[in-house]
Design a protein around this ligand. Structure first.
Ligand code: SF4
Length: 167
């Protein structure tokens, strides 16, 4: 398990060997892999998942850190509608401090997609409920309850034909 983040960005590759771009890799939300990259500085380590994937080529990434955000950071939710609407410019990602973080979230999701495509990712294990990684359900605009929909990275990966397993 990772105990700290060694740089401001992340962790694009864990076990990826040099220039193996034709090998299909699996993308994993960094917090599931034990990286303490959540907004509150914690991780969401999933030991069963990591055991199951121990022999796979993994790309471990946190789209919010790829978007330039730090740990800890202001928690955010999608205002109004869902991740795919953020990508279309019809919704924003707003922090509990009322600041607009939309640009960081979109940039990070696009960067994660770029990395995924470069390494022929066909499957992703993403952390549930997050405004970035959430798939199927995310928190409402005020963070009080769950609503049906996808986070921004999940929406983007789906649009590009990548299978998502939400954990
Ligand atoms: S859920 Fe996604 S964006 Fe949030 S900390 Fe985990 S990897 Fe980063």
């Amino acid at each position: 398990m990772f105990s700290s983040i060694s740089s401001s960005v992340i962790l694009e590759y864990k076990k990826l060997k040099n220039n193996q771009s034709k090998i299909s890799s699996i993308l994993v939300s960094a917090c599931l892999a034990g990286v303490k990259c959540r907004y509150d500085g914690a991780d969401s380590y999933n030991s069963q998942l990591m055991q199951e994937l121990k022999d796979s080529e993994l790309i471990i990434c946190c789209p919010e850190l790829l978007g330039g955000l730090s740990v800890p950071r202001t928690p955010c939710n999608i205002q109004g509608v869902l991740g795919n609407e953020v990508l279309l410019g019809n919704a924003k990602v707003i922090g509990v401090d009322n600041k607009d973080y939309t640009e960081c979230y979109i940039y990070g999701a696009k960067k994660a997609l770029e990395i995924a495509l470069k390494h022929n990712v066909q499957k992703a294990f993403l952390k549930q409920k997050s405004p970035s990684c959430g798939c199927g359900q995310i928190y409402s605009h005020d963070g009080t309850h769950l609503i049906n929909g996808d986070g921004i990275l999940a929406a983007l990966l789906k649009q590009n034909g990548i299978e998502i397993i939400s954990l």
